[in-house]
Design a protein. Structure first.
Length: 157
């Protein structure tokens, strides 16, 4: 059963470029997942739907994740939560979750948008590495120039 009450809403959700899942407020299970979520996590959409939302996170971090999800519910969503998700291959995906609590009739759902931070974090790491390399080059060049300057001063005297 779809949580969407119109074909338009279904198309908007499915066509979104950001990964998104809808979590049932009563059971914590994923009731909808868009194609972007399936692609990011490496599961078929049908493999995500029905899973407990916590099962998308590494087992050793589920207590912390459970607390963060409770905070999402309490706050009504809207905040960002940085976390790691577990892909179908078992690899960790650094991500930020943005959530919104949505009511449909008597039911509450948590709509969670997932942004993959992997490329961004890799770029930050690369930038730090390159910055350290440049600092080393600058320090080495400064030392060479000081030696050359000292040699010139000796030659002039």
């Amino acid at each position: 059963m779809s949580t969407f009450d119109s074909e338009f809403h279904r198309q908007v959700f499915d066509g979104a470029r950001d990964a998104a899942v809808v979590v049932d407020g009563r059971h914590g299970s994923v009731v909808e997942a868009n194609q972007a979520a399936a692609a990011l996590l490496g599961f078929a959409r049908g493999q995500i739907v029905g899973k407990n939302f916590l099962d998308l996170f590494p087992a050793d971090r589920r207590d912390t994740t459970r607390d963060a999800i409770e905070e999402m519910w309490t706050a009504g969503g809207g905040g960002d939560t940085t976390c790691q998700l577990l892909s179908a291959r078992g690899t960790l995906i650094d991500a930020v979750l943005t959530s919104q609590v949505v009511a449909q009739g008597d039911d509450l759902y948590l709509v969670v948008t997932i942004r993959d931070l992997t490329a961004q974090l890799r770029a930050v790491t690369d930038l730090k590495t390159r910055n350290a390399e440049l600092e080393d080059l600058a320090a080495n060049r400064a030392a060479e120039l000081q030696r050359a300057n000292a040699e010139l001063q000796l030659a002039v005297q």
